[in-house]
Each structure stands twice: as C-alpha cells, then as structure tokens.
Design a protein around this ligand. Structure first.
Ligand code: AMP
Ligand code: MN
Ligand code: MN
Ligand code: MN
Length: 287
C-alpha cells in the first residue's frame, strides 16, 4: 500500500466525491500524503486543505492539465505543489474550462443527433450538467455515465468506444494547450511537472520514448511510474525510462470515486528499485 498518493479526482472534475470526503477516505486508507489533481481545475483545493488539517493528512496542491502533443495526441500533465492562486495558472485553467464548457454543448448536439433524440426532448446536455454540477467541469466521463444510466451502453469503456473516443460520432476535439505551455505554467506556479500515466496512451514504444525525451527537454520533472491498473512489467519499463531520462518517479491511484471499485486511494504498485521519488524534490527544499 502506498502512503503517498499523488493523483486523484474530486467532484470539481470527474470524480464523484467532495474534496473533504476524499481526504477523509485517504486518512481511513492510511494515506499520509495526498495530492488532489483535478482535471484543469484547482477549485477543490481550499476545501481539501481544511479537511487535510482536520485529518492529519499532508495535502499537496495539484492539478492534472489536459494537453495536446503533436496536434492530435491527448496527454495529461500533473502539476504538484502548485500555487493555486498563481495568475498564469489561474488564467490558463480558466481558458481550458471555457473550452471544456463549449465542447460539452457540441458533444451533446452530436450525441443527441446520433441517438436520434428529437430536438424538443430533453437531451444529454441538461443531464450531464446536472451530473457535473458546473459547465466548466463537464468531462467525457459524465457523458459516459449518462450513456450508461440511459442504457445506451453497458459499460464506460463502451461509451468511449462507440460514441466519445477519438474519431467516434460524438468526438469533439478541444484545442488544449501544448505540453511546453503546461510545463511552463506549472513551473511558473512553483510546481513540478509530471507526465501522467505514460502507459495509458495508445502509442508505440518508440513514440512514447520520443514523448518522454521531449517532456524532459522542455523542463519536465517526473514520470508517473506507479499507477493503479498498470501491469508489473509496464511499471518496471516506466521505471527504466524515468532513470534513462533522468526524471524523478511519481506514484498515484488516479482514484475517481467508489463507483470504480477496482481503484482505491493509496493502492498501486511500488516504485521499482533505483527510481528517485518525486517527493524528494520538495522534501530537499524543506530541509
Ligand atoms: P475529458 O478530459 O473530458 O476529455 O475526459 C477524459 C477522462 O475520461 C479521463 O480523465 C478518464 O477519466 C476518462 N476516460 C478516457 N478514456 C476512457 C475510457 N476509454 N474508458 C473510461 N474512461 C475514460
Ligand atoms: Mn478523469
Ligand atoms: Mn489522466
Ligand atoms: Mn487523473
């Protein structure tokens, strides 16, 4: 079990729990140090900090920024120890949130057309807005949840495979910022940039190595080596890539809520031998 969990989501993005409940659950699971890393949002951090103090958990302010690499590939970059009030970060996230809100309306239009929902009927938009609570945080996960609830699909994966994934009928690409911009903003905000779940992008190993080398050259700090649902041989491979590229190694569950019971806070593989844990970066600063 990992007592340091550097990746999870609250209902300020596509997680199902409040930041306070998330921190309480982390404490219950033996997590001593938790980073809240909502997609393109730092709005959950104030509440998380208050709860962390009450539960004796160390809260690390984080964010998971959506980016585009080589114009098409969606890459997630986690920022850890960011100043959540930094103007450049706040402005960039506001821009991403605006694009997200607009995309939600466009996805809804495409989806309703594909599902042949008549224009006068209540379509997917109002339902996902209710699920997300806020137009700025509507994620494709909310659409997937709605498709599942309405029995258009039998599981989340199918919702992406049939409707929401790249090139599918309700796919609407967002002009997310590039990886260089995300790294620069995270660093400007005093944080550390982590390439999230490198094993989860559908790309060849050659391309992955290129992405990691570019990430390092642009000033990236760490690779998320140990993440839930990753097979042991992939974790070992990512550990090697981190070391070869002189990147620190991060770890985290990417917990989204109890509705995905196969993922739990603090539960993910151990970092392989020889990896330098990313928290050394801020612990050495403190010493
Ligand atoms: P968005 O940021 O709105 O484009 O949504 C991306 C989120 O959707 C990711 O962070 C995942 O939580 C979720 N997601 C993406 N692909 C899949 C998939 N194939 N199956 C289940 N969830 C997915
Ligand atoms: Mn998510
Ligand atoms: Mn992600
Ligand atoms: Mn995530």
């Amino acid at each position: 079990m990992g007592t340091i969990d550097l990746h999870c989501h609250s209902y300020f993005s596509d997680g199902s729990m409040s930041p306070a409940d998330l921190v309480a659950r982390a404490a219950e699971k033996g997590v001593l140090s938790l980073a809240l890393t909502d997609h393109d949002s730092v709005r959950g951090l104030d509440e998380a900090f208050i709860a962390a103090q009450a539960h004796g958990v160390e809260l690390i302010p984080g964010v998971e920024i959506s980016t585009l690499w080589q114009t098409k590939q969606n890459i997630h970059i986690v920022g850890l120890q960011v100043d959540r009030e930094h103007p450049a970060l706040v402005a960039a996230l506001a821009k991403q949130a605006g694009a997200r809100a607009l995309r939600a309306q466009q996805i809804a239009q495409k989806l309703d057309a594909k599902l042949k929902i008549p224009a006068e009927a209540e379509g997917s938009y109002s339902a996902v807005l209710a699920l997300a609570g806020n137009a700025d945080s509507i994620s494709r996960t909310h659409f997937a949840q709605w498709l599942l609830e309405q029995k258009y699909t039998t599981n989340m994966q199918q919702a992406f495979d049939r409707y929401l994934g790249q090139g599918k009928p309700a796919d609407v690409p967002i002009p997310w910022m590039g990886i260089a911009e995300a790294i620069n903003i995270i660093k400007a905000a005093g944080g550390y940039a982590v390439l999230a779940h490198p094993g989860r992008y559908s790309m060849s190993r050659t391309k992955l190595r290129l992405l990691i080398a570019e990430f390092k050259a642009l000033g990236g700090d760490a690779l998320e080596v140990a993440t839930a649902t990753e097979k042991p041989d992939i974790v070992r491979y990512l550990g090697q890539l981190a070391q070869q590229n002189e990147l620190y190694a991060s770890q985290g569950s990417d917990f989204h809520g109890a509705h995905m019971p196969w993922i739990e806070l603090g539960r993910f593989p151990k970092l392989p031998e020889g990896c330098k844990p990313v928290w050394e970066l801020w612990e050495s600063q403190r010493a």
